[in-house]
Design a protein around this ligand. Structure first.
Ligand code: A2R
Length: 318
């Protein structure tokens, strides 16, 4: 059971980053999704959540006293923010603190994919070098990159590509007034014009399978796809088919449709670089994200409102 002086806070995962539990434990009764009872449910006023667990209508309906859902991560596609808004529940995420980290990883993954860095590493380890040189490969030098999504992280990626001397264009639903790069209203048209697509849009129904078979066909046989956003944005079966048939050149993927279950068909492909969703996964950045989760919750219970509310639950209200 819980008492009013220590509001009940539900953690949806067994282990939230250390920074979260350490700072919240003194002030809240921490409950775990696996073990909390219906008696506890009535007292839950906050959720701290991350990753796979869905905070949906059904869960929120069990929690009549729920006030705030603080999501660990900038992408909150596992939280039904529209349902939260209807219930008057605040939703927060962790924007900005991971921009540079994810952008760093994106450039690393792009270079790894185009210059075949993991393949070259395997070549040395397997002892193949003594039998002959690693074959010449593709380059970043003659490519134009099309970024799908030009928000906080997309802009950090574009800045890095500028330093690499690589032309950049982008696709979003609306052109960004503060971005001087060419904007494409139609993704297929951009895919046709570029040699690399970098995906950095939110997940969820609006972007599901945005990168589909026609987009991959438009990207063409020299094309490279980099996905650091959400697995759901790319039609994985269409991508597998394109990689197998070499109707695109290669893919670098940090995210998958059903993590951590990566389709085995990917493992046999020598033209795919596969990462286990590590875009923001450093001690430094995960601590900053954890701190922002804590700051949102403490600020809320101090009556000062959320620090970083999502667009569906704006603050101040109305
Ligand atoms: O479409 P716009 O004008 O709202 O631009 C946003 C774009 N975007 C889309 N572009 C094309 N089709 C869509 N259906 C669509 N929905 C959104 O994605 C904007 O340029 C960008 C999102 O920017 P931010 O909200 O600043 O997100 P941030 O912090 O860059 O993170 C992007 C995503 C996260 O949601 C995670 O899923 C992933 O990166 O790590």
């Amino acid at each position: 059971m819980t008492d009013d002086a220590r509001p009940a806070l539900l953690l949806t995962g067994p282990v939230m980053e250390d920074v979260v539990e350490r700072q919240l434990a003194p002030r809240f009764t921490l409950l775990s999704l696996d073990t909390f009872s219906d008696a506890d449910a009535g007292a839950v006023r906050a959720i701290a959540t991350r990753g796979k667990v869905r905070v949906d209508e059904a869960l929120m309906a069990r929690l009549p006293a729920l006030e705030i859902v603080a999501n660990f991560g900038v992408g909150y596609d596992t939280v039904d923010a529209a349902a939260a808004a209807r219930r008057g529940v605040m939703v927060t995420n962790t924007p900005d603190v991971l921009n540079e980290e994810v952008a760093d990883l994106t450039l690393g993954l792009l270079l790894a994919t185009v210059r075949q860095i993991p393949q070259a590493d395997r070549f040395v380890r397997e002892g193949s070098w003594v039998k002959g040189a690693f074959p010449l490969g593709p380059t970043l030098r003659d490519r134009t990159v099309g970024i799908i999504g030009m928000g906080r992280i997309g802009k950090a990626i574009a800045r890095r590509l500028d330093a690499f001397g690589v032309p950049v264009v982008y696709h979003t639903r609306r052109p960004q007034p503060d971005v001087a790069l060419r904007h494409y209203q139609r993704l297929e048209e951009m895919a046709h014009d570029v040699d690399v697509l970098v995906v950095i849009v939110p997940g969820g129904p609006a972007t599901r399978h945005l990168v589909n078979a026609p987009v991959l066909a438009a990207l063409g046989p020299d094309g490279i796809l980099i996905n650091v956003a959400r697995g759901t944005v790319v039609d994985e079966l269409a991508l597998l088919a394109a990689l197998k048939a070499r109707t695109i050149l290669a893919a670098g993927l940090d995210v998958f449709e059903d993590e951590p279950n990566v389709p085995e068909a990917f493992f046999a492909l020598d033209n795919a670089v596969l990462l286990p969703h590590v875009g923001s996964a450093t001690h430094y950045t995960r601590a900053a994200m954890g701190q922002l989760v804590v700051d949102n919750i403490l600020s809320w219970f101090d009556g000062k409102g959320p620090v970083t509310p999502v667009v569906e639950t704006p603050w101040p209200q109305g």
